[in-house]
Design a protein around this ligand. Structure first.
Ligand SMILES: [Fe+2]
Length: 380
């Protein structure tokens, strides 16, 4: 009996010590998702790249069957792969247990399992798989969130990516003349303070701003950054690598800057820095890919000859019609107001030079947006 009481007391003490240290489970007891298998990344030429964002892990996700049916060489997860800080009704305070539960639900999701089995995946995060709504560098649990994210997506323990403070990543696929570079930016780990829009709710409503729209105004502070200096330096190194098509991926929108949502427009210095960097003559073949906004669209920023294009695909399980209807002066196609993913297809062998076709595809395989351009017009 005494031994039993001692064992109970010991168990209680262990529980209390775990509770005292909050979300941090002791090393070795956490779910490292070692059972979650992924397809290896392509070793040769790629022609079809699918991408998407924003999926409620508790919801049916029939769109993955459609993604798989398009036979992409690669799928890019551009954020909100899970909603770890929200359960569909209310905010869930960050904890290792709640985030792990979210990732585990996605790992075992019968629809998502189809994608994992068939298509290699590269991923970056947005706020909800980071663990804090609109979160940035101030988020105290970001190191733990990063470890869980990299564990889930099967990043090898000895990968250089594990030694970087963010989750940004880059790869080049294919032979010379057909090289596709994928650059995944991290718009969370280094994101500086935002500035709140001072207007009242009524004033915002009168301006057509609802929900997450009208939350922020540009932060002109010279010390504020979105990517952080270390990531900028890494990014410039990636752009110095030779490539024929560069898919520069950001969880948040880069060109559209009118909604006052969590977007590059809140960081005008970083946004201009990006545009100037991409204007450089050596940086060719650029296509921006983004998500986050719960609708899809194609935006273009006017340049000398051809616009810089940004293809946004957001809403694998849900859509926001109000956001979709809000004016975007840069919009070239869309909005897409149905659940969808984006598909970038490159016809490398086309007579007259390679062509790039962009499509937003709905759950039933229907094309919701399409745009095709010669690769040579995708300047920096
Ligand atoms: Fe989202």
């Amino acid at each position: 009996m005494r031994a039993l009481l001692l064992a109970l007391a010991l168990a209680l003490a262990v529980c209390c010590s775990l509770a005292a240290c909050g979300s941090e489970a002791p090393e070795g007891t956490a779910d490292r998702f070692e059972d979650v298998a992924w397809r290896p990344l392509p070793t040769g030429e790629v022609q079809r790249i699918a991408f998407g964002s924003c999926a409620h892990q508790w919801a049916p996700q029939p769109i993955w069957a459609t993604v798989v049916a398009t036979k992409p060489d690669l799928y890019l997860s551009l954020g909100d792969a899970i909603y770890g800080d929200w359960d569909g009704k209310q905010v869930v305070p960050f904890s290792e247990a709640s985030m792990t539960a979210g990732w585990r639900m996605l790992a075992d999701h019968p629809d998502f399992t189809q994608l994992r089995a068939a298509v290699p995946v590269m991923a970056t995060w947005d706020n909800h798989d980071y663990g804090k709504h609109d979160g940035g560098a101030e988020f105290e649990h970001r190191a733990l969130a990063r470890r869980m994210f990299l564990d889930f997506f099967g990043e090898p323990l000895d990968s250089p990516r594990r030694r970087r403070p963010g989750v940004h990543d880059a790869r080049i696929f294919g032979p010379e003349g057909r090289r596709v570079q994928v650059i995944l930016l991290d718009t969370r780990s280094f994101k500086g303070p935002t500035r709140r829009d001072p207007r009242t709710k009524a004033e915002k409503q009168a301006a057509g701003l609802s929900g997450s729209m009208g939350r922020y105004v540009p932060n002109m502070d010279a010390s504020t950054t979105l990517l952080g200096e270390a990531q900028w330096s890494w990014f410039e190194q990636q752009l110095a690598q030779p490539a024929d098509l560069r898919l520069i991926c950001s969880s948040t929108q880069v060109i559209p800057d009118q909604k006052g949502m969590d977007e590059w427009g809140n960081y005008p210095r970083d946004r201009m820095r990006l545009f100037k960097l991409l204007e450089s003559a050596e940086v060719r073949g650029v296509l921006l890919l983004s998500g986050n906004v719960h609708f899809g669209e194609l935006s273009g920023l006017k340049r000398d000859a051809y616009p810089l294009l940004e293809f946004t695909a957001s809403g694998l399980t849900h859509i926001n019609g109000d956001y979709a209807q809000f004016h975007n002066p840069y919009r070239m196609a869309g909005p897409v107001g149905k659940v969808h993913f984006g598909l970038v297809e490159v016809d490398w062998a086309r007579e007259g030079g390679p062509r790039v076709r962009l499509r937003a595809i709905g759950e039933a395989g229907e094309t919701l947006l399409t745009h095709e351009v010669p690769l040579r017009t995708l300047g920096g």
